[in-house]
Write a protein that binds this ligand. Sequence first.
Ligand SMILES: Nc1nc2c(ncn2[C@@H]2O[C@H](COP(=O)(O)OP(=O)(O)OP(=O)(O)O)[C@@H](O)[C@H]2O)c(=O)[nH]1
Ligand SMILES: [Zn+2]
Length: 223
Amino acid sequence: MKIEDLLENIEDNDHLSSNEQTPLRPDAFDMSDADKIASIKKDVHNILETLGMDMTDDSLKGTPNRVAKMFVNEIFGGLRPDRKPSASTFENKYKYNEMLVEKDIVVYSTCEHHLLPIVGRAHVAYISNGSVVGLSKMNRIVDYYAKRPQVQERLNIQIVRELQQVMNTEDVACIIDAKHLCVNSRGIRDIESSTVTGEFGGKFKDPAVKREFLDYIKMDTKF
Ligand SMILES: Nc1nc2c(ncn2[C@@H]2O[C@H](COP(=O)(O)OP(=O)(O)OP(=O)(O)O)[C@@H](O)[C@H]2O)c(=O)[nH]1
Ligand SMILES: [Zn+2]
């Protein structure tokens, strides 16, 4: 994809207010992915060398390249607008007008304060306004926004705003329950605590609708 197209896609963030957007610089895509990998590789090499590691050691010498590729292509791959999943909608022909919940979506993200993993589950719900989105597209949207340096609140909001736009309805909600390794494995080192956030649009602000959503999430589905 050409840089101009990428930039055009950034402007496609109109559904997010400036506070809800990932703080990207306007020149974020001036550099190619290959150049980013080459640059990050040097930085990682420098960090490990500064720590006193012998970077000629067999086990370590591939690490800078491995980490750089992982940053650009995998754990921060969701920074590239052209990787946004296409979430085509189709008509709600069968007139299912109740709530649909896609629950227990696995979340792997990265805390932007410490660059440590955030691991948890997202539960996404919507009430159709005439169109339906493929189930897997909700999992894909969660994963796309998770693959950025994140804070959980913003991740939660970005997922909801995206689905509201795709489905042309306010009636979308998302709850995330996740462990932050920056809380669990270092600092306060509380291995038990997890963080719960929720964003409730449109009808989901109604306590009865919110309750129904929570009840579905709690259901112990047996297969
Ligand atoms: N609100 C919010 N805070 C987060 C998230 N991820 C990490 N944090 C917090 O960001 C804060 C950063 O605080 P600082 O005091 O600058 O960092 P620190 O000295 O490493 O803090 P400690 O973790 O308390 O040792 C910490 O309290 C983290 O727990 C998140 O997704 N949302
Ligand atoms: Zn953190």
